[in-house]
Design a protein around this ligand. Structure first.
Ligand code: 5GP
Length: 126
């Protein structure tokens, strides 16, 4: 499968520091930052620093170190915002909108971590 990465997407610009962001966690391979248009009291985006369009592209091409770091950064965000129900948090929703049916707006892999309120049904019925 051929993936085409658009270097001018907004998250690529954030990674190049051409536009600002509200960073929550930064590692060698990943960045977690606040969504500019939050839909929940906690709305964090986690992205790999590498040029990957979606999760499939990422896990097929990234190094083990990048994949581990990305997943660990997700875990650290959950910890930082006390979201883990096993640790007395109230839980969260993890979303990766992908492609046109997934209604992905920004073509750089990102996980949304949503928390701080009940998120309701997963998707509306057609
Ligand atoms: P998608 O629909 O691709 O899953 O989600 C893209 C997300 O990126 C949206 O929730 C949107 O609010 C967020 N977003 C778009 N542009 C920016 C930006 O410049 N900065 C930040 N922090 N978030 C952005």
């Amino acid at each position: 499968m051929e993936f085409k990465y658009d270097k001018e997407n907004i998250f690529a610009k954030i990674l190049r520091k051409e536009i600002p962001n509200d960073t929550v966690i930064e590692t060698d391979f990943s960045l977690a930052f606040k969504d500019i248009n939050p839909v929940a009291p906690v709305h964090i985006l986690v992205i790999p620093k590498g040029p990957y369009v979606n999760y499939d592209h990422f896990v097929s091409n990234a190094s083990n170190e990048e994949v581990l770091d990305f997943n660990n950064t997700v875990k650290e965000v959950i910890k930082k915002f006390d979201l883990d129900p096993e640790r007395n948090g109230a839980g969260y929703r993890l979303i990766a909108n992908t492609g046109s049916n997934g209604v992905q707006e920004v073509p750089h892999l990102h996980f949304h971590i949503l928390g701080g309120r009940n998120m309701g049904f997963m998707v509306s019925r057609p």
